[in-house]
Design a protein around this ligand. Structure first.
Ligand code: S3P
Length: 425
């Protein structure tokens, strides 16, 4: 599906409930499938990635049923069955990396496959620590397909070079089945949904600073209510900030501090963003925010802030084109290992529409404020976040842009266009 972007002149107005968090939806399916009994997941994401996780566990004998289009019931014996075929993770790195941790300690063999983009992404980061735990994995050149030969695992103390929630979660999930205790130490704290949900479901898990420790545990089924995805909200936050006369409220948004880097950045750019109400739901902070059109200034983004906004960097690049002065993003080399090489893809596509942006090895520099000319055909590179970021850029272009293969947005946010339509009056 090709999608041309309509230029909005009247601003974005009104209230919106952002659909469910993708990271939390994955974990809700996975951990409920490991818990003996009936779990209920309320507000489950409709994105293709969490559905890939769901299909993987269905293929291992877990009973799943949608009670309505957002409420999912999962009934599990607490034990997975050997899959009769390869397990297809689609485009989802979270599915492949977290499920590998679960499968390494089972008493059966399995093969994980992925689409073209996922098959190019690095898996050494999980194969290495899993092998240290005794896992047996075969993968040509450390890429999918991954053949996992289930075996007994033992705990390790792993000092990770990467601040990656996928790596951390993979090791912790293997630790659920390993003898002894398993610890992961990260350079900076990455999103902690795994730790929170495992605790909520009764696992023996502790967090001290940047160290997380887990021991063999049985999970208990739960009712899990999923909050709105702040990474999806980021496109609306950015759009409201750059389209004149905009003022919007986003409701029931996840505000876990390991994910709110975007709010900190917007505040440091002088953006008008307010948290209106905050509460705890299923072990996660959630709340409502208000965002208004603002005159922005550039800022520096690096270090421990990076894992707190890693998925928002492409749309932050768009935002920075509309901010006075320089915005410098550094320490984000792992952006090159996402669904696309997000450093080079965002730089290429923004240059096409007139942005003044320079590529760095571990980030980019944007000189603002620039008028975006538009009038170009934009590539999406199998990357949902690139497609949505460029849509936001299209809102402030002088001439319309055409985004090719826009249906990649279905990976995380199939409701994207409908949500935008609700805010345009
Ligand atoms: C995710 C973690 C992040 C993020 C990805 C989802 C997760 O990846 O980019 O979209 O659900 O754990 P890394 O942890 O590898 O940085």
């Amino acid at each position: 599906m090709n999608k041309s972007v309509v230029k909005i002149t009247s601003g974005l107005r009104g209230q919106l409930e952002i659909p469910a968090d993708k990271s939390i939806s994955h974990r809700a399916v996975m951990f409920s499938s490991l818990a003996k009994g009936k779990s209920i997941i309320k507000n489950f994401s409709q994105g293709q990635d969490p559905l890939s996780s769901l299909k993987v566990f269905q293929a291992m004998g877990v009973d799943t049923r949608f009670i309505d289009n957002r409420t999912l019931e999962i009934v599990s014996s607490g034990e997975l069955m050997p899959p009769a075929m390869t397990l297809n993770c689609g485009n989802s790195g979270t599915t492949m990396r977290l499920v590998s941790g679960i499968l390494a300690g089972q008493n059966f063999n399995s093969v994980l496959i992925g689409d073209e983009s996922l098959s190019k992404r690095p898996m050494k980061r999980i194969i290495e620590p899993l092998e240290l735990m005794g896992a047996k994995i075969k993968a040509i050149d450390n890429h999918a397909p991954l053949s996992i030969f289930g075996t007994r695992l033992h705990g390790i103390n792993y000092v990770s070079k990467l601040a990656s929630a996928q790596v951390k979660s993979c090791i912790l999930l293997a630790g659920l089945y390993a003898e002894g205790k398993t610890s992961v130490i990260e350079p900076y704290i990455s999103r902690d949904h795994t730790e929170r949900m495992l605790k909520y479901m009764g696992a023996d898990i502790d967090v001290t600073g940047k160290t997380v420790t887990i021991r063999q545990s049985e999970l208990k089924p739960q009712i899990i209510e999923i909050c709105g995805d702040i990474s999806s909200a980021a496109y609306f936050i950015a759009a409201a900030l750059v389209v004149p006369k905009s003022k919007i409220i986003l409701k029931n948004l996840g505000l876990n501090p390991t994910r709110t880097g975007i709010i900190d950045v917007v505040q440091s750019m002088g953006g008008n963003i307010k948290i209106l109400a905050q509460r705890q739901v299923a072990g996660e902070e959630q709340g409502d925010i208000e965002v208004e059109y603002s005159e922005l200034k550039g800022c520096n983004i690096c270090g421990e802030l990076i894992p707190r906004l890693i998925d928002e960097l492409p749309v932050i690049a768009v935002l920075a084109t509309q901010a006075e002065g320089d915005t410098i993003v550094k320490d984000a080399k792992d952006l090159r290992n996402k669904e696309s090489d997000r450093i080079s893809t965002i730089v290429n596509e923004l240059k096409k529409i007139g942005a003044d942006i320079e590529e760095l090895e571990d980030g980019f520099v944007i000189h603002g404020k620039t008028k975006l000319t538009g009038g170009a055909e934009i590539e999406t590179y199998h990357d949902h976040r690139l497609a949505m970021s460029m849509y936001v850029a299209g809102l402030v272009c002088e001439k319309q842009i055409l985004i090719k293969d826009f249906d990649w947005v279905n990976i995380s946010f199939p409701e994207f266009c409908k949500c935008f339509e609700k805010l345009i009056y």
